[in-house]
Design a protein around this ligand. Sequence first.
Ligand code: S3P
Length: 427
Amino acid sequence: MDQSIKPATNLHGKIAVPGDKSISHRALLLGAIAQGTSHIHNLSPGKDVMSTRGCLAQLGISIEDEASETIVKGGGLYGLRKPVQILDAGNSGTTVRLLSGILAAQPFASVIDGDASLQRRPMARIIAPLREMGAHIEAEEGGTLPLHIHGGRLNPIDYFSPVASAQVKSCLLLAALYADGETQIDEPGLSRNHTEIMLPIFGVDVKKRGRRVGISGQAAPHAADVDVPGDLSSAAFFIVAALLVSGSHLMLKDIGINPTRIGLLRVLESMGARVSFENQRTICGEPRADIYVRSSDLQGASIGGDIIPEIIDELPILAIAATQAYGETVVRHAKELRVKESDRIEAVAMNLRAMGAPVKAFEDGFVIRGPQRLRGATIDSYHDHRIAMAFAIAGLLADGETVIKSAECAEISYPGFFNTLHEMALQ
Ligand code: S3P
């Protein structure tokens, strides 16, 4: 499906975005292996979370929607059923990586696969440590899907991950629930910490020392109630739209502001963005707030090092902000962008060039000099939700019409994104 985007005059009003994708996956997975019935409020309706739901249904877990809640009937650590068919993780890296940690410990074999994009993504980063724990896993040559997992007993490990990845960390934390003894996980930079926050809510003790996370095995989670905040990674598109389209002021309601996720806001503030938090509170261990944004003049920034894991999903929309900022914006140490749903360095560079903005791309980042006048163009979304949505925002600023190809991929994390965009900016 193509989406046509026209220049916007301004954005104002209030927006609620879907529930956080990362927290939603974790609530479903922990609910499935907890003893008892868990209630999840504001679960993400995105297709990635539907993939986790679908896999859990294939594993015999009942998940039902009732009014505004999702009800998960967990069967305990060993309450999953051997799947009859191949588990389909769709486009979702979080589904395949987190669920593999659980499957590695089950008393049955399973196969997990995904779409063409997921089949290109690296799985060695979870296969190696799971094998160290004693798991039996086979992958395609090059460590890609499908994974054949022969579940069994797991040993605890002390593991330093070569990548700062919440998916790796969470995969191992879930596997560690089944191990005989204490597992310790460390990583080169702090990745999002939603799993560590949620485990104690499900009754599992987590020991934290700096970036090191420790967990004792055979700790059976019990059912819990989880309230999911709005997804900052989805709000990010409207935050940047309101900053860049002059005369805008926008309130994004009830958004998760976990410190491991708000790198984008910290960078934008350093660039001159007028962003403030209202009504701050913490629910289920996760801080949240209403985010108020007013259009602002931005300056370029230099971004790299420890902040990269905190901003990794927001770098495509930050690149759009960079085209309107005065001076150079440099992003380095973000090689992980090359192995996301698409090669996001390539996708950003190709599409910005199509809109008339020069971009210098590196293996681990890019440089954009602003401000640039963007011109409407045909955008290749690369079937990547965050590329489609980032360039829809670029289209609001461009001269003439912008057409986003395969725009339906936005539904991976944000069903209704284009409806909200039309209501807010394109009346
Ligand atoms: C996620 C972790 C990040 C992020 C992804 C969601 C998660 O991936 O990019 O969108 O829910 O744990 P990595 O752990 O691979 O960096």
